[in-house]
Write a protein that binds this ligand. Structure first.
Ligand code: MN
Length: 211
């Protein structure tokens, strides 16, 4: 838990030279100390800006602010996952998947080589502020490769949803026609706060990974 309600740049779990020759010290320094830090600072600046606006009840461009926040939080989250994904070659880095991960990859892809090929293609062809990621469906037990084309898809990866409102036209058109704001106003009358609170407590108490 980050106690000051702001984000901070995590230390690398190895030295800046330790990933050489695969990633140089200079590259790793600029990536971690400049690029990752920019996401952390960006997210914190937006949170402070929102705090100030709320305290003085000032106008704020909510859409633009949330889009920018998602870009920065997405970047922070993914980099925070990225650094421990790596280790110095021969000292924890490289080789083959181990344990249950290896079993799952073999069961899903047929072989490590097949997985490696698919993951590499996903990485090479990712667009935008892109990433390739491996994820796991807890429902099916399948490891699934994910291409992330942008940080700012307005989704905070891995964040469990506490409260949601469908604003596609099918959700309100019969009642409100084109007047979505009226539907949104009406929603506040029917929010089940017990449900939202229960979800909040579950996420607070679970050991699931989030930022
Ligand atoms: Mn990066």
């Amino acid at each position: 838990m980050e106690t000051n309600k702001l984000y901070s740049l995590p230390e690398l779990p190895y030295g800046y030279k330790d990933l050489e020759p695969y990633i140089s010290e200079e590259q790793l320094r600029i990536h971690h100390d400049k690029h990752h830090l920019a996401y952390v600072n960006g997210a914190n600046a937006l949170l402070k800006k929102m705090d100030e606006a709320r305290q003085s009840n000032a106008e704020i461009d909510v859409k633009a602010t949330l889009k920018e926040l998602s870009f920065n939080l997405g970047g922070h989250k993914l980099h925070k996952l990225f650094w421990p994904t790596m280790a110095p070659a021969g000292k924890g880095g490289g080789g083959m998947p181990k344990g249950k991960l290896a079993d799952a990859i073999n069961a899903e892809f047929g072989s490590f080589d097949r997985f490696k090929m698919e993951f590499s293609k996903a990485a090479v062809s990712a667009e935008g502020s892109g990433w390739a990621a491996l994820t796991l469906s807890k429902l099916t037990g399948r490891p699934i490769i994910m291409q992330i084309e942008k940080h700012n898809v307005n989704v905070y990866p891995n964040f469990r949803i506490l409260m949601v409102l469908d604003v596609w036209e099918h959700a309100y058109y019969l009642d409100y026609k084109n007047e979505r704001p009226k539907f949104v106003d009406a929603f506040w009358n029917i929010v089940n706060w017990d449900t939202v609170n229960t979800r909040f407590e579950e996420v607070s108490e679970c050991s699931c990974a989030t930022i």
